[in-house]
Design a protein around this ligand. Structure first.
Ligand SMILES: [Zn+2]
Length: 396
């Protein structure tokens, strides 16, 4: 049982926007008695705030698109001949489109937890949560309906409320899906973050010098095992104003992800080294090999507890794959990746690079191209944290 709950939690396949859309449910089209309230409501799952974009209160009941909640709770949904079936934990809920009728295990319900709003099926969150064994709690102050299970460790109600309040206050720092106005030059202003993993080493010093030459700043994620022998480089990079975060002590998958404790120990140790050498806070981490699927919900909790944030990336240069004679491939990967992300409306594009020989050779061309295209190259700013992790965890 616990395993499946963990699976649910790791499966928060949600996009990263808290766009608090005004609710314009065309209620009359849905059912005669349906009434939609104009409000902003949220759904919590265990300790997380889901970023469902379309939470509606219809007939005094919080409803969300069936497809959204099905994704998050891993509920299979199938449609056959005008009837939608939801099957989970031995129960079957079905919705007959033409009759607008919901049934459970073949027995018609005298009300409908599922309604059709202009062709999108909305389901009562309370109903579906209860059916599959979740508890529910509506927290008025934050207009949040939280669903959770007691067999999964979770925050107290008060802690959750505080946590959500903090998140909602910060929501403007979350990536906006809306394209900002295009500038007079015809280019939209997109920020690009150059990030360098696996240093410090002699190539870190070269990358640092290149950044300096072009008067731009990057972010470095250092390995603790290399820091002790390269303290001078660490200090230079910090002194030049680049952000330094840890990338673990060992980079060894088997060691870092062995347990929640080994994971957080590696992060703490790495961070402490940075602070000791540079005097800077280093709350942003890049976990080795990317957060997914390695970082477990328990590890996420530890990251929260220690006030850490994590960054994965939007664009992978795949620089490590190439020799120093193939820098054109690295530049090309960055170019196509950035163009694609920019087109998709991403206003903060994080690029993954490494402190390696081939990267030092590709870097000048990468920077020149970005500058020519009008991108703004920035370093990580803790005060304006951008959420970018493959776990889609909006608290990280
Ligand atoms: Zn790495």
């Amino acid at each position: 049982m616990k395993k499946s709950v963990l699976a649910i939690c790791t499966a928060l396949v949600i996009s990263l926007v808290f766009s608090t859309m005004a609710i314009e449910a065309n209620a009359t089209k849905a059912t005669k008695a349906t009434k939609a309230t104009k409000a902003t409501h949220y759904i919590g799952l265990h300790d997380r705030l889901l970023d469902f974009k379309d939470v509606r209160v219809i007939d005094n009941d919080t409803k969300v698109p069936l497809s959204d909640i099905a994704k998050v709770l891993y509920i299979p949904v199938e449609k056959e001949k005008g009837v939608t079936y939801i099957r989970k934990r031995g129960i079957e809920i079905s919705y007959d489109e033409s009759a607008k009728q919901t049934s459970k295990d073949g027995v018609k319900l005298d009300w409908s937890p599922i309604i059709d709003v202009n062709g999108t099926l909305f389901i009562s969150v309370k109903y579906i949560a209860r059916q599959i064994g979740f508890k529910i709690d509506y927290i008025q102050k934050i207009q949040t309906l939280r669903i959770y299970r007691d067999d999964y460790e979770h925050m107290s109600r008060a802690d959750f409320e505080t946590h959500v309040k903090k998140l909602l206050n910060k929501k403007e720092t979350i990536k906006s899906p809306v394209k900002p106005p295009v500038t007079t030059s015809g280019k939209s202003k997109t920020n690009v973050y150059l990030t360098f993993d696996d240093g410090p080493n002699k190539f870190t010093a070269i990358n640092n010098a290149t950044l300096k030459k072009y008067n731009v700043q990057g972010s470095f994620f250092f390995l603790g095992k290399h820091m002790k022998d390269n303290e001078k480089i660490v200090k230079t990079v910090a002194g030049d104003g680049h952000y330094i975060g840890t990338h673990s002590m060992t980079h060894d998958k088997d060691k870092v992800y062995k347990s929640t404790k080994s994971f957080i120990d590696e992060m703490n140790e790495g961070t402490e080294l940075i602070t000791k050498m540079t005097g800077n806070d280093a709350k942003l981490l890049r976990v080795p090999y990317g957060s997914k699927p390695h970082v477990t919900p328990a590890m996420q909790k530890q990251l929260n507890k220690n006030d850490y944030k994590i960054w994965d990336w939007d664009v992978d240069s795949n620089d490590w794959k190439y020799t120093d004679k193939e820098t054109d491939k690295i530049v090309n990967n960055v170019r196509t990746g950035v163009e694609k992300a920019d087109k998709s409306g991403d206003r903060d594009i994080i690029i993954l690079l490494h402190d390696r020989n081939q990267t030092t050779k590709a870097l000048p061309e990468i920077i020149e191209w970005l500058q020519k295209e009008g991108y703004t190259i920035k370093t990580y700013e803790p005060k304006h944290h951008i959420i970018q992790n493959f776990l889609h965890d909006t608290t990280l």
